[in-house]
Structure formats: C-alpha cells, structure tokens
Design a protein around this ligand. Structure first.
Ligand code: ATP
Ligand code: MG
Ligand code: MG
Ligand code: MG
Length: 564
C-alpha cells in the first residue's frame, strides 16, 4: 500500500471523552471514528487490525474443529421468552418492535438462537459433540459505554456454542476451548491470564475469563505464582466462606500510631466492639510508624473516631515504596489475626488502599476477598503484590498477585440451562429423548484491538505486536520526488518486500521526514526503513524498530532478508 492510495487519518486532537490510552490512540491514529455514544466506524487502518484478530481467531477455532455459522443480529422475543431472559436481561437488551408490533431484540449474545438451531438440526447422539461459532456484531445497551471500542454498545464478538450428550464430553470440549483460547491469545502476542470467573447473566456453573493484563483494566484479578490458582477478584470473594468474609471497604483513613495493634487493642482504641473490628483492616509501615485503617461498615462513626487521633495523615501523604504489613481484624477466638505484605508504589497508594481488602486466617479456615471500589478513578495497580501468610486462597498455595485485567474472552459450561428451557433434545443410544448439555465461548474481537494498545504503547503512539500490526514495514523515502534513481530503488525494495509476503506501507507523500516518522510511530508500524540519496551512494538503508530509540544501517542487499 502507498499512503497516496491508503490515506492515513491521523489527527492531533484527542477527544474530550477519551480517558484511556487506547481510546485516545485509536482516534489519533485514525483507526476508528465515533458515530454516537458507544458506536463506532472502523476506518481502513483499524479494520486491518480487526481483521487480523478475526483471522487468527477463525484459524484456531477451525483447527479445534468448530463449525462457522452466521446468525442474525435481530432476534425474535419469543425465543428469549422461552428461556425467561426476555424479562431477566434488563435494560442492556436493545429491544424493538417491527411494523406489525412484533417484539425483537438486537442480540447481545446468541444462546437462544443457537439452541433453537440445535433442537431443529441435531437429531441423534451420533451428531454430538458439535461446536458452532460465528464472528458477528453484538449489541448491548451498556449503561456507561466508554473507553472507545473497549466498552461499546455495538461490537464484534466471536461466540461459540457446543452441544453434548454428557458432562464428560462437555468437559472435554471445554478443555479444548481453553487450550484454543490460550493459543489464540499467544498468537496475538499479548500478555494474558486465564482466571476462574463468575458466569454472570449467561449462567452455568464452571467458567473462566481470559484477561489481557493492563493497568487500565476494569477488572481486578488475583493469581498465585505458587500454583495454578487464578481468579477474577469478584469470584475470589465468592469463594470465601459466607459469614467470615469482610464487607466491602467504604472509607479509608490513615492514622499515625506507634504500634501494631491486635484486634482487641484496636477495638479499645476506637472504642468500638470487636464485631466492628471485624470490619477493619489495619495497615502499617514496616517501620511501625504508619498505620492505615480501612474502615468498613460503620463509615459514619469511624472516620470521626480516627480524626480524634493526633497526627492523622491524609491519604495522599501516604506515599513511598515501602513494604506494608496489613493486619486484618478477625472475630476474637475464632480466627487469628491476618498479615499481608503489600509493597505499594508511591503515587498509587491511595487508590490501592481504598480499593483493597483481603484476609486469610492462620488456622487453615481461610477466607480471601478483595474488593475494588469500581467508581474510583482507575488506579494503576499491576504491581500490587500481596503475600498471604498462613493458608490463603482456595488451593492453599502461597503468593498471590493482584493485577488489573481487561476481559477479552470468557468460556462457560452452561449445562442444561438453555437446552432444558428450550427442550433441545436428541435421541440417545437407548433410543430415548435426552436433553443436551451446552458450553459457550466468547472473545471480544473489537475489545482485543483496544486491549492490545493498552498493553503496547508509548508517548509516541501505538506499539503493535507483529501479528496484529496493520502493516509490518513502513518505507519512508527522503525526497523521492526529486530523485529518479531513488524512486527506482524505493519501488524495487517495495516490490521485493511485497513479493516476500511482507505487508508494506510506502509513504509516498510529499511531506517532511519528521512528519512521516511521527505518523508511522503513531500508527505503530513495527519496522521502519528510511531510504535517501545519501544511502544510495553508500549502499545502506536506515532501519529502526518501533521500540528502538536509534536507527542503524543495513546494506540494501540484506534488507529484505532482514525483514522477513
Ligand atoms: P464485561 O464484564 O466487560 O461487561 P461481559 O462479561 O458482559 O463483559 P461476556 O458476556 O462474557 O461479556 O461476552 C464475551 C466477551 O465480549 C467479553 O469477554 C468481552 O471481551 C466482550 N464484550 C462484552 N461486552 C462488551 C462491550 N460492551 N464492548 C466490547 N466488548 C465487549
Ligand atoms: Mg457486560
Ligand atoms: Mg464480565
Ligand atoms: Mg464475561
């Protein structure tokens, strides 16, 4: 491609509603344009990336034996009434009427449609197991569309659905999909984690989410480096035994006191009952000087109590890279005090503290829970680490890391939730009707593009992983229009690269070098070569990788091989 035929739509201005890097960069680099809240057009450059995400996903799904279908966006209410979701789904479901006043919705997901297909098309157990998938546009009337295509109202999803005779078969396909997702996200070149998740509005018992790790992620995920345990924090909380789990943090106060306190001391200190201290997390500095109290529950009372203590520090003063021991109050007698070590990065302390609550006891009756106050400005928390002493987290392995994640994929074992409601049965080996079991598997195709940028960018622009880059190589010729021999050489290299199967963007605009460079950096092309008259004399091309700070010279004769 040449920029004369493939115009770049880069802009200087960042839209006022763009809060995170990927949103800003997708607008500035000319990947998307907003039409209305949460509704976007993909420009040619952005679409190239979206198509790559689709392509990799499609290849891996095909490899796993899934069959591609294409289901309608517009779905009749009757199917949703069969499963009860017409009532239950709530205002996120975009409902409408046709000219005959029949009710429809724009599909946010396709369980009803696929189950209807399966009950009509699948007759015998011999056709099972089977997995269908599609790459298709979804509609969700999100209460707060934001972050560009990360949380939009219309977006592209890959959704897959599997049908089974028994649980063993469902588990087998689920494992295949888990591995397929791992392959897909590895091919994207992104850092990710698969975590145990809550199955939300889709339902079912077993589910995993795939998260791209990024500080701006809306979810907090917890993972243990001593074992395979990894969970969405929402789920980590849900795993805690009921009754022993602390409530969400509501108020943060920091106080300066000389000592670490036991729960009894704390209750005396604040003149509150031990019950109330169960709702208290104390955090102190290693030097025994700094104590932070995360007060939960009675937030009317506690800050007042705290203010009575001399030397109250405002949360913002709580800074420094020191390691902090957190002691979590427990019911006297039943649970021992809990200690957590949390190295906290200076300017993030406030957000972290306000966000964070976790506990585990020493006598093996564990609980763990972390609550992130979602309405706070998103903190950068990727390097929050906590070490839980004793027996933490559900598989009782030692060290847990909390990180921010962007949910890019979600797999579920649905069981018979939809198939039973819609009577999707087949004839089994005994000749009897049997309700099928189902799994479902989603990837947020458009969200992956934004997530890749969250993970890969710098002050100059986007840094694409090779597999997702819209072009691999940018050729920037210096004053090509003034030199015939330069024009000839540039055309020759351009051809050779194309012939070698490399996607090249030749910048044939009559613009300054600096202008070309900043555009190519902004749109994130991984490799750039600069060719000028001087280089022709010396036989050298200037090469610079997107993440490198200096260029180097490479002989003309080697450049194609070098870039292959
Ligand atoms: P979230 O928790 O972010 O709202 P979800 O759990 O509601 O997502 P799922 O029903 O699991 O989403 O859908 C499968 C995938 O679709 C998600 O993992 C995510 O990558 C993507 N997705 C969901 N909602 C949106 C949205 N509003 N915009 C873009 N992608 C989305
Ligand atoms: Mg959602
Ligand atoms: Mg979710
Ligand atoms: Mg989900």
């Amino acid at each position: 491609m040449r920029t004369s035929q493939f115009p770049l739509n880069t802009v200087k201005e960042t839209p006022a509603d763009a809060e995170i890097a990927s949103h800003k960069l997708m607008i500035r680099a000319g990947l998307i344009r907003k039409i209305a809240a949460g509704i976007y057009t993909w420009l040619p450059l952005g679409l190239r990336v979206l198509r790559k995400v689709e392509h990799i996903t499609r290849e891996e799904m095909n490899k796993a034996g899934a069959l591609e279908v294409l289901m309608p966006a517009l779905q009749p209410a009757e199917l949703w009434q069969e499963t009860g979701r017409w009532e239950k789904y709530g205002p996120e479901l975009a409902r409408m009427q046709d000219r005959h006043a029949r009710e429809f919705c724009l599909g946010p997901t396709h369980e009803e449609i696929i189950t209807d297909l399966a009950r009509n098309e699948l007759k015998s157990y011999k056709q099972l197991p089977i997995t269908y998938y599609q790459i298709q546009t979804k509609f969700r009337d999100e209460i707060r569309p934001r972050f560009g295509v990360m949380r939009s109202r219309e977006f592209v999803m890959k959704d897959a659905y599997s049908f089974h005779l028994d649980q063993e078969s469902l588990q087998k396909t689920y494992n295949v999909m888990y591995q397929t997702y791992t392959n897909i996200f590895n091919r994207f070149g992104l850092k990710f984690r698969a975590v145990i998740a809550d199955s939300g509005a889709i339902g079912g018992a077993v589910s995993h989410e795939f998260h791209v790790l990024a500080d701006s992620g809306e979810d907090a995920i917890a993972f243990s480096d001593a074992s395979n345990y990894a969970a969405n924090v929402e789920k980590a909380e849900a795993l805690a035994p009921q009754g022993e789990r602390p409530e969400a943090a509501e108020t943060l106060t920091l106080v300066d006191t000389p000592n670490q306190h036991s729960i009894e001391e704390v209750s005396r200190f604040f003149n509150v009952g031990a019950e109330q201290c169960l709702k208290t997390l104390i955090v102190r500095g290693d030097d025994n000087r700094l104590v932070a109290l995360l007060l939960r529950g009675d937030h009317e009372l506690n800050p007042i109590k705290a203010e009575k203590i001399p030397g109250v520090l405002s949360p913002l003063q709580f800074a420094g890279d020191e390691e902090i021991i957190a002691t979590c109050g427990c019911k006297p007698g039943s649970l021992g005090p809990i200690e957590l070590k949390i190295p906290i990065v200076a300017d993030r302390a406030t957000a972290l503290m306000a966000d964070f609550i976790c506990g585990a006891n020493r006598d093996g009756k564990h609980y763990s829970g972390v609550n992130w106050a979602r309405d706070l400005p998103l903190p950068a928390t990727a390097d929050l680490r906590m070490v839980v002493e004793g027996d933490p987290s559900p598989d009782r392995q030692g060290r847990i890391t909390i990180a921010r994640g962007i949910e890019v994929g979600h797999i579920f074992q649905l069981g018979d939730k939809y198939s039973a409601a819609m009577n999707a049965a087949i004839i089994n080996e005994a000749g009897k009707n049997q309700i099928m079991l189902m799994g479902c598997y989603g990837i947020g195709i458009s969200r992956v593009v934004a997530a890749a940028i969250e993970q890969g960018h710098d002050e100059r622009g986007i840094i694409w992983p090779n597999e997702l880059a819209p072009f691999q190589v940018a050729i920037c010729p210096m004053n090509m229009h003034k030199s015939d021999r330069l024009l000839e050489t540039v055309e020759k290299i351009y051809r050779e690269l194309l012939d070698a199967g490399i996607e090249v963007l030749l910048d044939d605009r009559k613009v300054r070098a600096g202008f070309m460079f900043s555009d190519m950096e902004l749109i994130g092309i991984p490799h750039r070569i600069v060719i000028g008259d001087r280089g022709l004399d010396s036989g050298m091309v200037e090469y610079q990788g997107r993440t490198e700070h200096e260029s180097r010279e490479i002989p003309f004769s080697e450049i194609v091989d070098f870039l292959k």
